[in-house]
Ligand binder design. Structure first.
Ligand SMILES: NC(=O)c1ccc[n+]([C@@H]2O[C@H](COP(=O)([O-])OP(=O)(O)OC[C@H]3O[C@@H](n4cnc5c(N)ncnc54)[C@H](O)[C@@H]3O)[C@@H](O)[C@H]2O)c1
Length: 414
């Protein structure tokens, strides 16, 4: 068997690892701005090749095909024949893995179909939007024995990896709580230029935290969720919708259909308790009228350390490293804890989006797929973090009643 046959057969066990020059052949499904950013980040990586592309939008399909042809001197096959044409891409023998960057509701089914076709999956966030789809996805990955990666790029932020390494080195002592959030006014993205609604507008009409993984992914890693502790229960409440309707009245007029839509709330706050009793505060605020500073924040409190990532500035106090009981910039104490991925890729990464993390995310994923390493963010983490969508919706609708987390991770042990 060649390495590629082993990879496709799902037998790429560590003893049968790829040579470093080996490549993974990708098919991309969904070619919007997000896929384009990831494509630009990944094309310089030697192990990344693109053999096929799929989008229902012909312009985007042609633009992505041009980008691949120009940068890699290889013309990919294209699939633009409708919402199910991705199944034809999945049938290709020269596709080892797919990158799914379609609207959120489509991720789970496309990943499940890709698994059934024997492909590895790299999925944009979230992994799924319903609890049922979280379970279906977990079962599909277990049945297919292919690698599933949730491409949660905030886990690859340089500073978030530094804090993770500090936690593992014991510098925070016993961890107790985290605060994290996604705070980014995306009101302008809900309607197309001609005023027609898109999938984001539909999402805005639903209640709860509809996009939790950027906030919760890094802090779940810090707290060893699914690796010694687990999310146990969640309560969630939402604010009324005042900012989004206000902006739509200004943009489309008070009598417009857009201004009459009932939205699910500008801001949502969830509290999660872990099985060990730790506390997470998770904010989702995608519509409040508020100038943009930083899309996410991730704070951590431990018995011997405290980390504050606020408004784009990262400060820390560590009993073992700080001379005084005062905050200092993370930069002052980071040297020993910069992650190996950033040491190797940092210079190239600085040009890429999201503080360079888009490049490091793709580099890490390519290493995992090409070398048969474990998924950097597997389906159990993906399902656990994405389950916040369905659980927060239930909690908000029940006036803030606690919701138990499904234990997706239990089936990993079986
Ligand atoms: N990780 C991040 O930082 C980050 C940033 C932005 C967006 N995202 C995520 O990436 C995904 C895509 O975001 P976007 O801004 O590019 O969205 P988008 O709506 O602009 O692009 C999605 C693309 O998918 C295509 N598509 C829809 N249905 C399809 C189908 N059945 N078959 C093939 N193609 C189909 C659409 O035509 C469109 O081109 C979303 O899930 C979003 O949440 C992640």
């Amino acid at each position: 068997l060649t390495r590629r046959e082993l990879l496709v057969a799902g037998l790429g066990a560590p003893a049968l690892l790829a040579a470093p020059s080996d490549t993974v052949q990708f098919g991309l499904i969904g070619l919007g701005p997000r896929a384009t950013v990831l494509l630009r980040s990944a094309l310089p990586l030697k192990r990344f090749t693109v053999t096929a592309l799929c989008d229902i939008d012909q312009e985007r399909l042609a633009a992505a095909a041009d980008l691949v042809a120009t940068q890699s001197r290889h013309k990919p096959a294209t699939y633009g024949g409708g919402p199910k044409d991705y199944l034809n891409l999945l049938a290709r023998r020269d596709v080892d893995a797919v990158l799914i960057a379609t609207p959120n509701e489509a991720h789970a089914q496309m990943a499940i179909d890709a698994m059934a076709a024997g492909k590895h999956v790299v999925s944009e966030v979230p992994a799924a939007v319903t609890l049922e789809d979280c379970w279906r996805l977990v079962r599909a990955v277990e049945a297919a024995r292919r690698t599933y990666v949730l491409a949660e790029n905030c886990c690859f932020y340089r500073e978030n990896m530094i804090v993770r390494n500090m936690v593992r080195a014991g510098l925070f002592g016993e961890t107790a709580y985290t605060e994290c959030g996604y705070v980014h006014d995306t009101s302008d993205l809900q309607f197309n230029a001609d005023g027609s609604p898109n999938w984001r507008s539909q999402r805005a009409q639903e209640v709860g935290n509809r996009y939790p993984t950027h906030a919760v992914g890094p802090v779940a890693q810090w707290l060893d969720i699914n690796r010694g502790d687990r999310f146990a229960s969640l309560v969630s409440l939402s604010s009324p919708s005042v900012s989004l309707p206000h902006k739509l009245r200004k943009r489309f007029g008070g009598d417009s259909p857009q201004a009459k839509i009932k939205f699910g709330g500008d801001s949502n706050m969830s509290l999660i308790r872990t099985a060990k009793g730790k506390l997470l505060q998770v904010k989702y605020d995608p519509y409040s009228s508020r100038p943009h500073i930083s899309t996410t924040y991730h704070n951590l409190q431990g018995s011997t350390g405290s980390y504050l990532d606020q408004e784009g500035e990262q400060r820390i106090w560590l009993e073992a490293r700080s001379k005084k009981y005062e905050w200092q910039p993370l930069k002052n104490v980071e040297a020993d804890f910069v992650d190996d991925l950033w040491r190797r890729w940092g210079d190239q990464a600085t040009q890429a989006g999201h503080r360079g993390s888009d490049f490091v995310t793709m580099a890490a994923i390519m290493e995992a797929l090409a070398e048969g390493k474990p998924s950097p963010i597997d389906v159990y983490d993906g399902a656990t973090w994405s389950a916040i969508i369905g659980l927060s919706e239930k909690s908000v609708k029940s006036g803030g009643q606690p919701q138990e987390f499904p234990d997706f991770n239990a089936s990993r042990a079986c």
